[in-house]
Design a protein around this ligand. Structure first.
Ligand code: CP
Ligand code: NVA
Length: 313
């Protein structure tokens, strides 16, 4: 036990730009170490509780495999099998769970819920997607971009589609990593006003997706109907017509532009099959990097940033 205050990762803005770059550097190191077959188990006897109130493939598999690789253990908790689903207050659940495990990961609907859990937790809490943000995905996305093209300072990303949780996290990333974000959403599907205000100067808004994609170094999109919006699927398909990332749209970007998507992707909706499966697409690297970026995240939350990282921020 040490007396350092507990750090949570509820949005990308919980870390400074220096900490984020340090974390991504560490993720790249951990990936190389794992591929060389090196054993690195700093989380021996540590437990991660994983609370999922929404579906997941990548997030669950990457956190669970990540804890195994770091020498620890993970525990999958769903509302159906715990008292969370029977109305035990989130504050009480946080007090109890955090007395037994070393770190908690939550995927849920309201951002306020992860904040409330964190406020009552003795151990670090990680946001593994809410309706508002998906910061873990951005760690993997920034890692992928940096691996492929170096530091993103001064570059441009085009976000095409819904002003959703992923869009909000890309807006935060633009501010923290020093690139510019062009956002093209149909009317009625803009990002939230508080995120627009917080990231002012780092983001430009368009209605025309082609104008947003012009000259971009990365083109990124996401599903048109996020988890919880299943009933709006048909209405959304109509509203987002014209916002599909196609080969023609990629040709407006820089010649070596990357295509990114957090997955799961719906070919023929937000992205054409040609782009999704084409040579500019780095979507499988993004998915793989979830594992390594989150191993670095778990390590810094439980063992601390390397000496000097926070002070230098
Ligand atoms: N990108 C992502 O979070 O995927 P899952 O929903 O499968 O976890
Ligand atoms: N915006 C999507 C991301 C899935 C990883 C959702 O919230 O469902």
């Amino acid at each position: 036990m040490n007396n350092k205050p507990v750090r949570h990762f509820l949005t990308l803005t919980d870390f400074t730009p220096v900490e984020l770059i340090s974390l991504i550097g560490r993720a790249i190191q951990l990936k190389a170490m794992w591929k060389r077959g090196e054993t690195h188990e700093p989380l021996h006897l540590r437990t991660l509780a994983m609370i999922f109130e929404k579906s997941s493939t990548r997030t669950r598999v990457s956190f669970e495999a990540g804890m195994t690789q770091l020498g620890g253990h993970s525990m999958f908790l769903s509302p159906n099998d715990t008292q969370l689903g029977r109305g035990e207050p989130i504050e009480d659940s946080a007090r109890v769970i955090s007395r037994m495990v070393d770190v908690v990961m939550i995927r849920t609907f309201e951002q306020e819920k992860v904040e409330l859990f964190a406020a009552n937790s003795r151990v670090p809490v990680i946001n593994a997607l809410t309706d508002k943000f998906h910061p873990c995905q951005l760690l993997a996305d920034m890692m992928t971009w940096i691996e492929q093209r170096g530091l993103p300072n001064g570059k441009t990303v085009a976000w095409i589609g819904d002003g959703n949780n992923m869009c909000h996290s890309w807006m935060n990333a633009a501010m923290l990593f020093g690139f510019h974000l062009n956002v093209a959403c149909p009317e009625g599907y803009d990002p939230d006003g508080d995120v627009i205000s917080a990231t002012a100067g780092h983001v430009t808004f368009f209605r025309d997706p082609s104008a947003a994609a012009k000259g971009a170094d990365v083109v990124v999109t996401d599903t048109w109907a996020s988890m919880g919006q299943e009933a709006e699927k048909k209405i959304r398909e109509t509203a987002f017509a014209g916002y599909q990332v196609t080969t023609d749209m990629m040709q407006l970007a820089t010649p070596d532009a990357l295509f990114m998507h957090c997955l799961p992707a719906y070919r023929g909706m937000e992205v054409s099959a040609e782009v999704m499966d084409g040579t500019q697409s780095v979507v499988w690297d993004e998915a793989e990097n979830r594992l390594h970026a989150q191993k670095a995240l778990l390590e810094v939350l439980l063992c601390g940033f390397p000496e000097g990282t926070s002070e230098a921020a």
